[in-house]
Design a protein around this ligand. Sequence first.
Ligand code: MRU
Length: 366
Amino acid sequence: MNIDGKAWRTIWLEEGGRSVGVIDQTQLPHRFTTRSLATLEQAAEAITTMVVRGAPLIGVTGAYGLMLALQADPSDAALEAAFSRLNATRPTAINLRWALERVRRLVSALPPAERAEAAKAEAAAIADEDVAMCEAIGDHGLAIFRELAAARPADRQAEPLNVLTHCNAGWLATVDWGTALAPIYKAHRAGIPIHVWVDETRPRNQGASLTAFELGREGVPHTVIVDNAGGHLMQHGQVDAVIVGTDRTTRSGDVCNKIGTYLKALAAHDNGVPFYVALPASTIDWTIADGVAEIPIEARSAAEVTEIQGRDPAGALGSVQLTPDGSSGFNPAFDVTPARLVTALITERGVAPASEAGLQGLYAKG
Ligand code: MRU
């Protein structure tokens, strides 16, 4: 997507092929800077510290992390150590394990001397496929938004379609386009008047910082709201649809996404507002059915709750303490929305009910 007229992806192979470039998302929206990752350790740390984040982008970074590790040492032992190191960086998003397993499966069948080049090609393929999947999600979601816009009463046709989203499931969370934001970009480009309610998404504020940044750069009208405002807006008819991404979707259609997503789904259900979840195939965990019982939820630092980051009037970035000295914080990073609260899943293969039959209908043929 575009920043100041230039098209960007979130991750790219740098010249020479021995490092990858990424956008440093810890500095956004205040500073647009890039970083070069040249070692396994730098890739792992970029994921842990959320220089890169978002389920699909974590997966692609993991794949390139294996390439960097194999460039340094292509042995079986190094491959296993790199796999374990990267896989442990963030536990909830299944895309990471999916991408690491895909690269490991390929390279472990090859002689060590060929592994790094094969990992490079596979990581690039995963990145390109992610872009294609996200764009297709955008097309399927666009069809839904067209229908929702047309179905509004005549006296509301002049108003924009009001869509609420949580966290950042835009191009910064993927390689390009995004999942939940792809249909929004498509609708905006297709001339459908659309306005986005952006949940700030405490504690790390991916909505207020990243989603607002993306939408602003693409010229999509949006308004940042506190996380607790959504229910009120739905009660007053100011939300036509909710659309979010997911870090792991079970085979029965439960979706795990940024903490607070579940509460939005409950409010949407209570108010008859459609609640859509957008995802590529790489986000489905076919091995589990019960998301609440089986998905590991990442617990992040309490400091993300007790402090808040921003830019001061002099332009310096930093954190300030919110809570009294001595108050503790607890920071589960994701929650699970049961399939029964999801109106439909929007995938690269089309739209399906959030159920085992729905997902099988799209993916059973392989
Ligand atoms: O903790 P984050 O910022 O990595 O969480 C990101 C999300 O929860 C996204 O909604 C999710 O990865 C789906 S994005 C395509």
